[in-house]
Ligand binder design. Structure first.
Ligand SMILES: *Cc1c(COP(=O)(O)O)cnc(C)c1O
Length: 358
């Protein structure tokens, strides 16, 4: 590693959570990584310190104008005891494109990756080993300059916190759960020229109203349609969306409104390797409905770091609903989950060269 981070260890280590009752993102490890940016010093003063609340000036720009970004990836412990990351270079590249859109200073890919490795190595005893669990890694950058005018800040904090997590969606037996998805026709997530491709809190704040509607209808997530015509399927909540019709796999193209998911890219590459017909093409919600009606809609699933692959059992509309296949997780979703999860955890050989040992 070319970047190193001095460690101040906690004097009060916390008890590790029970791996059987782990939820997503509720407990945090003993340490965090903190680094500063200033115009004069660039990214500097990176260090690992005990996990603790931040002290921020109430005028910090992030609290008012949301100049911030975040990332998400996971660390797993392999059966041989190695600590594995999954394609961290992709998160480092995405950080650069998000930062550019948000006028946050560029961050070298090597700095991002070395910082992730350093904090995970420090708290590696927190990586849970039970099936379906992992250590979720949350790097993020906030503009902490105290200034109420609107401009790109001159001072930032880069932080990484870690959270031992269980499955994103609760299922009693630890198996993949078929989710219900609400098709949102009123609110939109991302517009051309906007920030849909950037991983930022603002996109999520703007999605909560739809998410609340979905939850009231018993749905886990929202299916977003394109903002201009409200006709094309885009993403599912915090995940990318895949539709299998007559054996052909469709996912929305990366044209500015779609978040370029690492899992999405991995799924496309695996499907190509398996010889599947996978197309990055716009798909009409009406085509999905017609396919469901004539029996050619094989499956729908969402992809993302948190849940890896999450099969969709049901689409819910304002005036009715559609069951996908038999309402249970589809064959391709299960095959992809087993392949990806197997690779990520080191339980299957990594034929793609995607895992990185710390
Ligand atoms: C993070 C995210 C995804 C999934 O990206 P991964 O890199 O696969 O975790 C998809 N959509 C949105 C909106 C996201 O924020």
């Amino acid at each position: 590693m070319s970047y190193t981070f001095p460690i101040t260890r906690t004097t009060a280590p916390k008890p590790k959570p029970d791996p059987n009752t782990l939820k997503f993102g509720k407990t945090f490890t003993d340490h965090m990584l903190v680094m500063e940016y200033s115009d004069e010093g660039g990214w500097h003063n990176g260090k690992i310190v005990p996990y603790a609340p931040l002290q921020l000036d109430p005028a910090a720009a992030v609290l008012h104008y949301a100049q911030e970004m975040f990332e998400g990836l996971k660390a797993y412990r392999s059966p041989k005891g190695e600590v594995l990351l999954f394609r961290p270079d992709m998160n480092a590249k995405r950080t650069r494109s998000t930062n550019k859109r948000m006028c946050i200073p560029d961050m070298p890919e090597e700095l991002f990756i070395d910082a992730v490795k350093a904090i995970v190595d420090c708290d590696k005893d927190w990586i849970p080993e039970k099936e379906g669990t992992s250590l979720y890694i949350r790097p993020f950058i906030i503009a902490d300059e105290p200034f109420l005018g609107v401009h790109a800040a001159h001072h930032y904090l880069f932080l990484i916190i870690l959270s031992p997590v269980g499955p994103y969606y609760d299922s009693a037996d630890g198996k993949l759960l078929a989710t219900s998805i609400f098709v949102e026709e009123e609110y939109v997530r991302a517009v051309p020229g906007g920030t849909g491709f950037a991983k930022i809190g603002g996109n999520y704040a703007a999605s909560l109203a739809a998410q609340t509607k979905a939850a009231a209808l018993g749905c886990e997530q929202v299916l977003w349609l394109d903002a201009i015509e409200r006709k094309y399927v885009e993403e599912i909540g915090t995940s990318n969306a895949f539709f299998v019709i007559n054996g052909v796999v469709y996912t929305a193209p990366l044209a500015g409104t779609i978040l370029p998911g690492v899992t999405r890219d991995s799924v496309i590459n695996l499907l190509k390797k398996w010889g599947a017909d996978v197309r990055e093409e716009r798909l009409l919600i009406d085509t999905v409905k017609a396919a469901a009606a004539d029996g050619s809609l094989d499956e729908i699933f969402a992809t993302g770091t948190a849940a890896v692959i999450s099969p969709v059992g049901k689409l819910v509309f304002e005036g009715g609903e559609l069951t996908i296949g038999d309402g249970q997780p589809g064959e391709l979703a299960l095959k992809l989950y087993n392949a990806l999860y197997g690779m990520q955890t080191g339980k299957l050989p990594d034929e793609m060269g995607w895992t990185v040992k710390i």
